[in-house]
Design a binder for this molecule. Structure first.
Ligand SMILES: NC(=O)c1ccc[n+]([C@@H]2O[C@H](COP(=O)([O-])OP(=O)(O)OC[C@H]3O[C@@H](n4cnc5c(N)ncnc54)[C@H](OP(=O)(O)O)[C@@H]3O)[C@@H](O)[C@H]2O)c1
Length: 260
């Protein structure tokens, strides 16, 4: 392997990804495993993560599935404990699980649905980071990646809880990066634009809505989940060893849309 190629090599590293049974999480997990990491695929459903891990193993990679609803403190602890038991270390954590249960006016949003969104999208990322922090510190470093969104940078009508949770992840990224740099733990965020997954299906399932959704995207289309994987590999690897506290937008240019 050549000098710069080596920086992308993830052999010997162990990665944990939440929400990785499908969509962006599955693509990033595949990216990490293909670059040599041992990967723990996690989501709420054991059968779903077992299937993804088995598909990776069938291709000759090392992977296992562990069920974890990220809003459950007990399941978060189990995720970290079982990973350490199986692989002995954690080098990469990707907080990817996300939800968007409410679409509607802010004044009609219940505190309960707001809290649920924050619990899953934001608080779980803090809690899981705190669980892996002592292990990464003892190992001499690690890489934490939060999957935020362009919705964390730009307001969208009727998505308030989601927008607040994704904006919160960006500040969490900066604070963790600022405090944990001394431990060689890098923390960065990815802000995807519109990606064709189950979560965004309301944007692409019928042609009329899809055309409306893409009208301001300079690249003229939504992304495929695999188009998010390369950035995750880079941020997880030593190729990004000087990058921390960053929020990287991968959106086909949609944030460049003119205001008027
Ligand atoms: N798609 C987009 O356009 C877009 C844009 C910007 C940001 N994002 C962000 O990207 C991340 C992944 O979204 P996606 O579009 O790939 O969605 P997706 O295809 O619907 O996948 C969501 C994943 O999260 C898991 N999940 C859902 N709730 C969970 C919970 N409470 N605990 C643990 N796992 C849970 C799901 O698996 P189970 O059902 O098996 O639990 C699934 O693996 C999210 O944070 C989302 O906000 C997406």
């Amino acid at each position: 392997m050549n000098r710069i190629q080596k920086l992308f090599n993830l052999e010997g590293k162990v990665a944990v990804l939440t929400g990785a049974s499908k969509g962006i999480g599955e693509s990033m997990a595949r990216g990490l495993v293909e670059f040599g990491a041992k990967v723990v695929v996690s989501s709420r459903k054991q059968a779903a993560v077992d299937e993804v891990a088995a598909s990776f193993r069938a291709d000759g990679y090392d992977a296992m599935g562990i069920e974890c609803h990220v809003a459950s403190a007990e399941q978060r602890e189990q995720l970290v404990a079982k990973t350490l038991e199986a692989y002995g270390r954690i080098d990469i954590l990707i907080n990817n699980a996300g939800t968007n249960p409410y679409y509607g006016p802010v004044e009609k949003m219940s505190v309960e649905v707001y809290q649920k969104t924050l619990d899953i999208n934001l608080t779980s990322a803090l809690a899981l980071s705190n669980l892996v922090h002592p292990h990464m510190k003892a190992q001499g470093g690690g890489s934490i990646i939060h999957i935020s969104s362009i919705e964390g940078l730009h307001a969208s009508s009727y998505f308030t809880a989601y927008n607040v949770s994704k904006a919160g992840l960006l500040m969490l990224t900066k604070n963790q990066a600022s405090e944990w740099g001394k431990d060689n733990i890098r923390v960065n965020a990815i802000c995807p634009g519109f990606v064709k997954t189950k979560l965004s299906s309301m944007l692409w399932q019928d042609e009329k809505t899809y055309q409306k959704a893409i009208r301001n995207i300079p690249l003229g289309r939504m992304a495929e989940p695999d188009e998010m994987a390369g950035l995750a590999v880079w941020l997880a690897s030593d190729a990004s060893s000087y990058c921390t506290g960053a929020s990287i937008v991968n959106d086909g240019g949609i944030l460049l849309a003119p205001l008027m």
